[in-house]
Design a protein around this ligand. Structure first.
Ligand code: PHE
Ligand code: CO
Length: 281
């Protein structure tokens, strides 16, 4: 039995449920209600269905084991508690074994809107509902396996952009319009509105190479959102062995986060309002 905050060699730990204060649970409740109100007409159906099936509610920070039982029945995934960001290979190793690492602690009330590191609200509310979807669940496992390979081949940076522009900041085209599926958007009130309604960013149809060549910003709203037609498209585009792709990408120049380039399937071209002159990272 693990006691208290003991960490296992794979960086997981028992979720320290007794450590959550009433303030922590209230923070969860506030964030949950705030984001929930934004979901209708903005979140994709798969996310909404996942949220319902998972059984997470605003009431309190959920018990990971209880949610995992629902998740495991749906797609074979489980949630594991971690103290925060874990080394890349550890993280991808978990994904490859259908375990999603979730930071156990929640942000302080004075940091409601902006946090540099993931906390339980980002990891759980943002990421876990889509793991209830069989196609997305398979994509995430395949990503984990692919990332372990990319680390060995020494080209994680190109693959990390794919994660960023899909899992974290992806939009999806539906018959009723564009919808959100990215976790980084779901855990931000302002970006949940900005990504769909602002005239400043580009919205461009997903293309694997285009995405892997594109730098990204971690400190502001995205300048470009890539739009998939469905989770099948994502899964199929990433099915081939990427080894030759990495070789090709090494020789291709990067694109800036706000560039629009020849061949882009432009859905909306951003007016670049508020972008300033800072360089992309
Ligand atoms: N198929 C890719 C490879 O062989 C792995 C991958 C899967 C990457 C899913 C991204 C998403 O490297
Ligand atoms: Co995330």
């Amino acid at each position: 039995m693990l006691k208290g905050m003991d960490q296992r060699p794979d960086f997981t730990m028992a979720q320290p449920l007794a450590e959550y204060s009433p303030v922590d649970h209230a923070t969860w409740r506030t964030l949950f209600h705030r984001q929930e109100a934004l979901l209708p007409g903005r979140a994709c159906e798969e996310f909404l269905a996942g949220m319902r099936g998972l059984g997470a509610s605003a009431e309190a920070i959920p018990d990971f084991d209880r949610l995992s039982d629902n998740l495991e029945k749906a797609t074979g995934w489980r949630i594991v508690a971690v103290p925060g960001l874990v080394p890349d290979e550890v993280f991808f190793g978990h994904l490859a074994r259908r375990r999603f690492p979730v930071t156990w602690w929640i942000r302080k009330p004075e940091k409601m809107d902006y946090l540099q590191e993931p906390d339980v609200f980002h990891d759980l509310f943002g990421h876990v509902p889509l793991l209830m979807n069989p196609v997305f669940a398979d994509y995430m496992q395949a990503y984990g396996e692919g990332a372990l390979k990319a680390v060995k081949l020494g080209d994680l940076p190109h693959l990390a952009r794919l994660y960023w522009y899909t899992v974290e900041f992806g939009l999806i085209r539906t018959p009723s319009g564009l919808r959100i599926y990215g976790a980084g958007i779901f855990s931000s009130k302002a970006e949940s509105i900005h990504c769909l309604e602002s005239p400043s960013p580009n919205r461009i149809g997903f293309d694997l190479f285009r995405v892997m060549r594109t730098r990204y910003r971690i400190d502001t709203f995205q300048k470009t959102y890539f739009v998939i037609n469905g989770f099948r498209q994502l899964f199929e585009a990433t099915r081939p062995d990427f080894t030759p792709y990495y070789e090709a990408l090494q020789r291709l120049p990067d694109y800036g986060a706000g560039d629009v380039v020849e061949g882009d399937k432009v859905i909306t071209r951003g007016n670049r309002e508020g972008w300033g002159t800072t360089d992309d990272v």
